[in-house]
Structures are given as C-alpha cells and as structure tokens.
Design a protein around this ligand. Structure first.
Ligand SMILES: NC(=O)c1ccc[n+]([C@@H]2O[C@H](COP(=O)([O-])OP(=O)(O)OC[C@H]3O[C@@H](n4cnc5c(N)ncnc54)[C@H](O)[C@@H]3O)[C@@H](O)[C@H]2O)c1
Length: 272
C-alpha cells in the first residue's frame, strides 16, 4: 500500500549505529526510505552495506555528536545537499546512568540532559527547518489541502509513565519526560508546515544500553521479565512496526505511543 511506503524519502536517525536506533533504520529502509545515521559510535562492519543492498536504498553514516549545534547544523545541510530533503527524523541517541537521586552527580545531570534532551532538540530543530525549506519549494501548500509530509519522532521511555522499582534513574526519566514535553507544542507549531511530531516510549529492550545497566544490577533482567505481560523483555526488532506507524500515519500527531509488552498496564513490585 502506498500509504505505508517511504520510497524515495530520507530518514535521519540519531543513535542509529546500534540497538534500537539501528532497528529503526532497518524498519524505515524496509519501507523504502534512504537512511542517514548520526552517531558518535561506528555501525557494525558491513551493517550499512547490508541495509543498502537488501532494500535498494542509499545509506550513509556520519560521526556526529548530537549535543553540538554546529555539527548538527552542518550535517543536516550536507544531507540536504546529498539526499535532497529530510522527510523523517528519529531521535534515538540516548544515555542512561543509574544513580540514587540523593547523590546524583553534576556529570550525570549534565550529560544525561545534554544528550537525551538537548541533542534531540537540536537535531529535531535542524531537521524541522530542512522540512520547512522543502515545504517552501513545494509552494508552501496549506496542510488542509495535502497530507502532512514531514515526521519527527522522539524516543522517550515507558519509565516516564511507570518507573521500575529496581533502578534509580530519576535524571534519565526526567530527561525523557522533557522530550515528551516537546511533543504537543511542536505538533502545534509545525502542523502549518505539514510536519507531524510524536514520541515513542519503548519498554525494556535487550540492547547494549540494558546490558550496561545489567552489569551494575545482575538481577535486573529477571525483574524486567516479570514486569511485562509476556514474561520477557523486547528484542529491538519488536519496536520496528511502531516507528513505521509514526513515520507513515498522516493523521497522527502530538501523541506518545507506549510499546512496552504491557509493562504499564498493571501494578508490580520487585522481588528485592
Ligand atoms: N533499551 C531500552 O530498554 C530502552 C527503553 C526505553 C527507551 N530507550 C531509549 O531508546 C534509545 C536507544 O536506546 P538503546 O537501548 O538502543 O541504546 P544504545 O546504548 O544501544 O544506543 C544508543 C546510541 O546512541 C549513541 N549516542 C550516545 N550519545 C550520543 C551523542 N552524544 N551523539 C550521537 N550519538 C550518541 C550511541 O553511540 C549508541 O549508538 C535511547 O534514547 C534510550 O533512552 C531504550
């Protein structure tokens, strides 16, 4: 169905070198989008070539720190020159540090907010400006006469709806709540340019980010498994349909989509 196709569109995905970001890149490539990954890390050898070959799309990765306005603006300009436009932007770059609130360090506070909130803000802002330029080249059509063309997707977390009892990540959860705080005002401001803005709140998903937290709390996975209605955490590929939905659903804007295997629908307590 055409409505589910992103053929010829360009998707800019931060944090796409691995984990959920890479799964999002796969989903959007499968739908036909050209893929641009912005990350401070390098994608697994051969992974980008694999995507390009399997889905016959253009794939490129840039080493970019999303907390640098200069780097972000420069790369979005380059993408516009190389790819023509930015149509979809997924902001998956993120960091988490487990620290009790009473002793949360300045380092954690600033790096968590810088990457998770400011980084998402800066990339979304640069991509939105690019989307507006494209809208202008189309003759500035009224959104009441056409389908919205741009989609910005922020990655929040189920923990902003229901924090787990086994982690102490107030700083992370606050940064992810701040991201959700952007969704409605941006949806309102950007609708006039045919741009939709939503967030996705995944539940616990088996990525390097979770493996890193597990090193501090070896029983974490056991607890996370119990918190989902299916007795396990998600694999990154299980979040792919959700990002595709937000990228293609022309009538969805200003929403947070929780995809958590039922974690947030019932009360649970840890075993320890
Ligand atoms: N894994 C989970 O259980 C889970 C649950 C809910 C939400 N999330 C969110 O999903 C997103 C992806 O998480 P993940 O589990 O795949 O994590 P991950 O650690 O596997 O991947 C995060 C990516 O972000 C990149 N990154 C970090 N700082 C950056 C910066 N300054 N500039 C550019 N890139 C940077 C890393 O290099 C890495 O490739 C994050 O925003 C995370 O908060 C994850």
């Amino acid at each position: 169905m055409d409505q589910l196709s992103l053929k010829g569109k360009t998707a800019v995905i931060t944090g796409g070198a691995r984990g959920l970001g890479f799964a999002f890149a796969e989903a959007l490539a499968e739908a036909g989008a050209h893929i641009v990954i912005l990350d401070i890390g390098t994608p697994k050898e051969g992974s980008l070539e694999g995507l390009a070959e399997q889905y016959a799309v253009k794939v490129k990765a840039f080493l970019v720190d999303v907390t640098s306005r200069q780097q972000v603006n420069d790369v979005v300009e380059e993408i516009e020159r190389d790819f023509g436009s930015v149509d979809v932007n997924v902001n998956a770059a993120g960091v988490v540090t487990d620290e009790p609130f009473l002793t949360t360090s300045d380092k954690n506070l600033s790096s968590t907010f810088n990457v998770n909130f400011t980084g998402s803000f800066l990339v979304a802002q640069a991509c939105a400006n690019s989307m507006v330029r494209k809208w202008q080249t189309l003759g500035s059509p009224s959104p009441s006469t056409i389908s919205p063309t741009g989609s910005i997707i922020f990655i929040s977390s189920v923990s902003t709806h229901m924090p787990t009892i086994v982690q102490q990540t107030s700083c992370y959860i606050a940064s992810k709540s701040a991201i959700r705080g952007l969704v409605k005002p941006l949806a309102m401001e950007l609708a006039q340019y045919g741009i939709r803005v939503n967030s996705l709140s995944p539940g616990s998903t088996r990525t390097d980010m979770m493996r890193q937290v597990e090193q501090t709390f070896p029983d974490l996975l056991k607890q996370f498994n119990q918190e989902s209605l299916f007795g396990r955490v998600a694999e990154p590929r299980e979040l792919k349909p959700a990002v595709l939905f937000l990228a293609t659903s022309a009538w969805t804007t200003g929403q947070d989509l929780v995809v958590d295997g039922g974690v947030s629908v019932f009360k649970h307590r840890g075993n320890y």
